[in-house]
Design a protein around this ligand. Structure first.
Ligand code: ZN
Ligand code: ZN
Length: 177
């Protein structure tokens, strides 16, 4: 598959927590196939709902904009959706349900997460996974920090994109061309 941003560059497969995702070594962008996002899905995971930004709980606040780059999987246009109450924009394919994330967008999500973890007390219901993510974010100087950031963001994307997909599809269907 070619990078949808760099277009000539091939995406490289990288393995994170046993799941293969596609990354552009030139621009650092990431492609998540639908199956890659849904492998360990639990849309009601309380850890993720705490770690994540809660605006998507209200679908009226989902911000959608029109077509952007083309899907690396099937060439269809991707649609931009706003991620939570941040200014992070995620690109989604309505045909194959894959998701594209620019490197700069990944970094913005991690910054938001760090702010949240540093400014709020981790609630009691957070289990081992949430504690682990908090630990990973608190120790940024260890090796492979980018891979761990990708793993965290993958969990959030699967929580958000997969659980909200029917509503996203509905909203995109009524967007003007
Ligand atoms: Zn690229
Ligand atoms: Zn697609």
């Amino acid at each position: 598959m070619k990078c949808p941003k760099c277009s000539l560059e091939d995406l490289n497969e990288i393995k994170i927590n046993g799941v293969m995702i596609d990354r552009c070594s030139h621009c650092g962008g990431l492609w998540f196939d639908k199956d890659e996002l849904s492998i360990s899905r639990d849309a009601r995971d309380k850890n993720l709902s705490w770690l994540d930004f809660d605006l998507w709980g209200d679908h009226n606040k989902l911000a959608l904009s029109g077509k952007s780059i083309d899907c690396p999987r099937d060439g269809k246009h991707l649609f931009k959706i706003k991620y939570g109450n941040t200014d992070v924009m995620v690109d989604i394919c309505l045909d194959c349900h894959g998701v594209w994330l620019d490197k700069s967008e990944l970094d913005k999500i991690i910054v938001q997460l760090k702010d949240k973890i540093n400014s709020e007390t981790i609630p009691d219901h957070i289990n081992a996974l949430g504690q682990e993510i908090a630990q990973l974010l608190a120790h940024p100087n260890q090796a492979d920090v980018e891979l761990r950031h990708i793993a965290i963001v993958m969990k959030l994307l699967e929580y958000r994109i997969i659980s909200q997909f029917p509503k996203i599809a509905e909203l995109i269907a009524v967007l003007p061309d």
